[in-house]
Design a binder for this molecule. Structure first.
Ligand code: CTP
Ligand code: MG
Length: 173
């Protein structure tokens, strides 16, 4: 990959995955205490989402996604980007919730590692939004999407480790 190709990739990576990544990262920064599932259990007797998915986290995630979407739309000078990025940010948070829902159904406790679900749930949901909006297409952008998801896995591992060292997270994943 040449330098020109790399910078073109990074530009598109930030354009499409910047807001979902901010939305997904914000909840880690605040120590939420009100579980979205209200402590309730699914029919299997296990928690619906678990204590790691809180209203405070969801709210800060939405707020972060909103601010990031506006900022990126200004940076890329594209008003039409706003609804796409906002929807993708909300989808990212829904994806994170879905990931936890799946983990609980598999009998995994809050914080148990489930790679690559932990790293990719939010990004996959955001990607589906871009495909639905036609901002990205499977036929043209499969390489970009695959490279972006790979970058997100690596970034996720690195940032979670930093969050662990800073004692924002109890475990390094
Ligand atoms: N978080 C939150 N609300 C959310 C999402 C995340 O409060 N909607 C916070 C929680 O403190 C959570 C941390 O961000 O522990 C890291 O998020 P994540 O890794 O997704 O949660 P886990 O604790 O690993 O739980 P799970 O096993 O459900 O993924
Ligand atoms: Mg986790």
């Amino acid at each position: 990959m040449s330098l020109v190709e790399l910078s073109a990739f990074l530009e598109n990576f930030i354009k499409f995955y910047g807001a979902p990544m901010v939305a997904n990262a914000m909840p880690v920064l605040i120590n939420g205490s009100k579980p979205i599932d209200g402590g309730r259990q699914w029919i299997d007797g296990k928690r619906i989402f678990g204590d790691g998915k809180t209203w405070e986290g969801l709210t800060t995630g939405l707020l972060g996604g909103y601010v990031a979407s506006l900022a990126l739309s200004i940076y890329f000078n594209s008003a039409s980007l706003i609804p796409v990025l906002l929807t993708a940010s909300m989808a990212a948070l829904l994806g994170d919730l879905t990931g936890s829902f799946i983990k609980r159904r598999l009998g995994l406790n809050r914080g148990d590692p489930a790679p690559p679900l932990d790293q990719l749930d939010f990004a996959l949901f955001a990607t589906l939004i871009y495909l639905a909006f036609g901002s990205l297409s499977i036929s043209n952008d499969l390489g970009f999407i695959a490279l972006s998801l790979a970058a997100i896995v690596l970034l996720h591992i690195a940032t979670n480790y930093i969050a662990y060292v800073l004692k924002l997270k109890e475990r390094p994943w």
